[in-house]
Design a protein around this ligand. Structure first.
Ligand code: TYM
Length: 336
């Protein structure tokens, strides 16, 4: 029996943080054995805001190495770099010509990022969700494991599928694209900032203390957790709308120490922050240390990483080219 497919990706911008790990990569690792999985480093997405050409290639390698260090297993999964598979940008163009502009103007992430960019908003930033749709549809992905913030982009992808299948499907071939489903888990899908429990942990937050990066050394993690925003109430509880920081930190603790919400609620109901912070620090450091060790090892073997990415490119290209040809045929292009 053939396995259902997964596709997902992370942008090589800055360091990966606990939100990226718990919202996405950890789930990729947990699900990978049950699927045929494709994980790309989405470098074409990273240039939709001003970027530094001196660091892009190195950042791309860092993310690929982190995928492996977090536990992506090449027996089940393919790791590749988005720009190494040309079909991504080519399919994005075809989809561009079918996607209404006002669908893109509605995207929340676009509006937020555009506000930050001021006068410097690129066409690429607006078009970003179409490129994301191309990433997903090229692999006929059944499931797309992501954090909550990507949900609207996946809905757009689904709308594009409906539109194309409606317009270009024929009685012989009614579906050009397979309909992908988001895979968003309840816990970890929206990890919040350590400085403000009402905003998302984000790579672009100017406050470094607002996030824990996967490669932060233990002393930095201890410092960041010491400084994290809390409140003055003793007894820690989930789901209190007046205590968003408390909910976030308990959730992080539960996910990283692999304990159920009920266990964490029981353990923490009578303790204060002074007792809780060392517990959380230990859970974070214990989870990240093996990832950091494995990452260092991989970065000392550049030939290995190179080989992984080149095999990934080959495998991904084969699948992606087949889909691209199918779409070109459906749209009526002259064969070369
Ligand atoms: P990116 O690089 O911003 O984030 C990568 C993944 O991390 C998740 N994430 C979070 N999850 C929980 N809490 C947070 N605070 C948090 N911050 C980020 C994101 O939801 C994402 O899953 N457009 C995508 C990359 C992309 C993609 C794709 C994903 C491009 N093509 C195709 C899936 C399929 C992005 O910018 O993710």
């Amino acid at each position: 029996m053939t396995k259902a497919r997964i596709l997902s990706g992370v942008q090589p911008t800055g360091n990966l943080h606990l939100g990226n790990y718990l919202g996405a990569i950890k789930n990729w690792v947990d699900f990978q054995q049950d699927f045929e999985s494709y994980f790309c480093v989405v470098d074409l997405h990273a240039i939709t805001v001003p970027h530094d050409p001196k660091t892009l290639a190195q950042d791309t390698k860092t993310i690929a190495a982190l995928y492996l260090a977090c536990g992506i297993d090449l027996e089940y999964s393919t790791i590749f770099v988005q720009s190494h598979v040309h079909a991504h940008s080519e399919l994005a163009w075809l989809l561009n010509c079918i996607t209404p502009l006002n669908w893109l103007e509605r995207m929340i992430q676009y509006k937020e990022k555009a506000r930050k960019q001021g006068d410097n908003v690129s066409v690429g930033l607006l078009d970003y969700p179409v490129l994301m749709a191309a990433d997903i549809l090229l692999y006929d992905a059944d499931k797309v494991p992501v954090g909550e913030d990507q949900k609207q982009h996946l809905e757009l992808t689904r709308d594009i599928v409906i539109r194309i299948n409606d317009r270009f499907g024929t009685p012989e071939q009614p579906t050009i694209f397979k309909m992908p489903e988001p895979l968003i888990l309840k816990e970890g899908a929206r990890v919040m900032s350590l400085s403000d429990g009402t905003s998302k942990m984000s790579k672009s937050d100017p406050l470094e203390n607002s996030r824990i990066n996967l490669l932060d050394p233990p002393e930095v993690i201890l410092q960041k957790i010491k400084k994290t925003k809390t409140d003055s109430i003793k007894g820690l509880t989930f789901d209190d709308p007046d205590r968003p920081e408390c909910h976030n930190l308990l959730t992080l603790y539960g996910l990283l120490s692999k304990q159920s919400k009920e266990n964490v609620a029981r353990e923490c109901e009578n303790i204060g922050w002074g007792q809780f912070k060392p517990l959380l620090s230990e859970a974070v450091i214990t989870s990240l240390t093996p990832i950091q060790q494995s990452y260092q090892k991989l970065m000392n073997e550049p030939d290995y990483l190179q080989k992984v990415l080149s095999q990934g490119q080959e495998k991904a290209t084969e699948v992606a080219e087949r889909t691209l040809t199918r779409v070109q045929d459906a749209l009526g292009f002259l064969k070369p």
